[in-house]
Design a protein around this ligand. Structure first.
Ligand SMILES: [Zn+2]
Length: 480
C-alpha cells in the first residue's frame, strides 16, 4: 500500500464525514455509552463544515476530564490519563502532547459556550465516535478496558493533516482487509494476504472477537465502510436481535492487527468458514448449529427472495438517449420481463422496488430489500458516456460479499447483449452499498451510443437481458 494513498484516504474521511454539509444539527442527540446527555444552556449541537460540534462542557463533565479554560486567550486545555490536548477558539491548529495537528474545524464560541469537534476530542481519549446521519445522533463509546484505548502503537501524528500515520516501511507483506459486511447473522470479512483470522468468544458482556494478525485496512476498505482518521469504525446492525453492534479498528500497529468485535445481546455459538487462497473471505456465522436460533429468517422455507430494482422513475428519467429515449423506461421494461420469468420459478420469490413509472429515493429502494431480508438485490440501469463511441455492458458490485454475484450476472449479461464486455467493476453506488445482501448494479448498454440505444429499446433485446438475469440468479442461488 502506498503511504500517500493511505493518507489521502484518511483525509477524504476527515473531509467527508458526516455528510450533510453546513446544516445546523439542532435536533441532534449525544449518546454516551447508551445514555443521552442533556444539553447545557440550550446551546445545540452544530454541524460546521462537516464536523459535528458539541458543547465542551457537556462532554468533559460527563467523562470526568480535567479542563482549563483561559478566558483571555480563549484556549482550552484538556487533560486525561497523561494526555494533554490544547485547542483555541477560531484556530484550527491544536496540539496533542506538544505535537501540532490541524483540526478539520476550529472550536467556536456560542453564547459563552465553546463548541468543539467531538470526533477529534473523543478519539484523542480513546472514545469510539460515530455519527448517525439519519437520526442525527452522536454516539460515544468509552473503551472497554484501559488497554483498548486505541493506542496507535508507535504511529505518529502527521502535523500536516491531523491524521495518525503508521510508521513507514513496516507495512510491506501485510494482509489487507478490503471490506466487511453483516447480513443474515453472518459477519463476512474480505481480505488479501496470508493471515488467518483468530476468532474467540468473551463474556461479560458477550462478544466475539476476530483478530486478523499482520494486517491493516486497504484503501478500498475506506471507500466501502466508515473508517475514521484513527482507523476505527462500525457497521450499523439492526434487525438482528443477537447483535447490538459490529465494530472494527486497527487494533495495534505493533504487531499490526485488525480487530473486529461483534457485540452480542446474548451468548451465541458461531462457526468460522475461510475460503480462498490469497484473496479470502472469512465468514463468522452466528447461525451455527448448537444454538436454539434456527428461525432467524422469516418465511425461510427454502425459497429465495430476489429484489429487482428498475433504476430511476417518474421525474427522474435517468440517462437520455441519443434519440431522446429515457433510461427509466428501459430499466422498467427489463425488470418487468425478468419478474414475469422469475415468477415461473418454484423456489424464487420476486419483489420489485417499482412496477410502474414511480419515483423512489435510493434509500427507499434499499429499505425494501433490507426489510424483506432479501437474498439478492439486482438494480437495472443503462449507461451514458461523454463520448458517443462508448458501448457495452458493465456490472458493478460495491461490497466484497457481492463480487461473486457480479461475476455470475455479468457472464450471462455479456452473452445476452452481444455488446462489448466492459467488465465487472467496483462502484460506490448507494443501492448496492447500503443493501445487506449480495447486490449488483447492471449497466446494460450506453444510451449515448446510437447502436446501443437502438438495441436497448427492442423487445427482443429486452427479453434476452431479462432471461440473462434469470439465468444468473439461478446459477448464483444454485437452482440450475
Ligand atoms: Zn441509471
Amino acid at each position: 500500500m502506498k503511504k500517500f494513498g493511505f493518507i489521502l484516504m484518511l483525509l477524504l474521511f476527515v473531509l467527508a464525514l458526516p455528510q450533510n454539509g453546513h446544516a445546523a444539527a439542532a435536533n441532534s442527540k449525544i449518546i454516551l455509552d447508551g445514555k443521552e446527555l442533556t444539553a447545557v444552556q440550550n446551546v445545540p449541537v452544530e454541524n460546521v463544515n462537516n464536523s459535528i460540534m458539541v458543547p465542551l462542557r457537556m462532554i468533559v463533565e460527563n467523562l470526568g476530564y480535567q479542563v482549563q479554560w483561559d478566558q483571555q486567550n480563549k484556549t482550552i486545555t484538556i487533560e486525561q490519563q497523561g494526555r494533554i490536548v490544547k485547542l483555541a477558539v477560531d484556530q484550527t491548529a491544536a496540539s496533542v502532547d506538544d505535537k501540532t495537528i490541524i483540526l478539520p474545524t476550529a472550536p467556536v464560541l456560542r453564547n459563552d459556550t465553546t463548541l468543539v469537534p467531538i470526533r477529534f476530542i473523543g478519539e484523542q481519549f480513546g472514545l469510539t465516535v460515530t455519527w448517525d446521519n439519519t437520526n442525527k445522533i452522536v454516539n460515544l463509546i468509552t473503551p472497554e478496558t484501559p488497554s483498548d484505548n486505541n493506542d496507535t502503537g508507535g504511529g505518529t501524528v502527521d502535523s500536516g493533516t491531523g491524521v495518525v500515520v503508521p510508521p513507514a516501511d513496516t507495512t510491506a507483506n501485510l494482509t489487507l482487509v478490503n471490506g466487511v459486511s453483516f447480513s443474515e447473522n453472518r459477519l463476512t470479512i474480505a481480505m488479501e494476504g496470508n493471515s488467518v483470522p483468530k476468532v474467540s468468544k468473551i463474556t461479560g458482556p458477550d462478544r466475539i472477537i476476530v483478530d486478523i494478525p499482520n494486517a491493516t485496512f486497504s484503501d478500498l476498505f475506506g471507500t466501502g465502510q466508515l473508517l475514521d482518521p484513527n482507523l476505527n469504525g462500525s457497521l450499523v446492525v439492526t434487525d438482528y436481535p443477537d447483535v447490538s453492534a459490529v465494530r472494527y479498528s486497527l487494533y495495534s500497529t505493533n504487531p499490526y492487527t485488525v480487530r473486529f468485535v461483534i457485540d452480542l445481546n446474548n451468548a451465541k455459538n458461531y462457526s468460522v468458514n475461510i475460503s480462498g487462497d490469497s484473496s479470502k473471505l472469512a465468514v463468522i456465522d452466528l447461525n451455527a448449529a448448537g444454538t436454539d436460533d434456527t428461525t432467524t429468517q422469516p418465511g425461510n422455507s427454502g425459497r429465495k427472495l430476489v429484489v429487482l430494482d428498475a433504476g430511476h422513475g417518474a421525474k427522474d428519467s435517468g440517462a437520455v438517449g441519443v434519440t431522446g429515449k429515457y433510461e427509466k423506461n428501459f430499466n422498467l421494461a427489463v425488470v418487468l420481463k425478468a419478474a414475469a420469468l422469475l415468477k415461473n420459478e418454484s423456489n424464487i420469490d420476486v419483489v420489485l422496488t417499482r412496477s410502474d413509472d414511480t419515483f423512489l429515493e435510493l434509500k427507499e429502494r434499499v429499505a425494501i430489500a433490507n426489510n424483506l431480508k432479501a437474498d439478492l438485490f439486482i438494480s437495472v440501469h443503462a449507461n451514458s458516456g461523454g463520448s458517443s463511441v462508448a458501448s457495452g455492458t458493465e456490472t458493478y458490485y460495491q461490497r466484497a460479499a457481492s463480487k461473486a454475484l457480479a461475476n455470475v450476472m455479468h457472464k450471462y449479461l455479456v452473452q445476452a447483449t452481444g455488446l462489448s464486455d466492459r467488465g465487472v467493476r467496483y462502484g460506490n453506488f448507494h443501492v448496492i452499498r447500503e443493501t445487506k445482501m449480495p447486490a449488483v448494479l447492471l449497466e446494460v448498454g450506453y444510451l449515448s451510443n446510437k447502436g446501443d440505444e437502438k438495441s436497448l429499446f427492442t423487445d427482443a433485446f429486452q427479453n434476452k437481458v431479462a432471461a440473462s438475469i434469470v439465468s444468473g440468479v439461478k446459477e448464483y442461488l444454485g437452482l440450475k
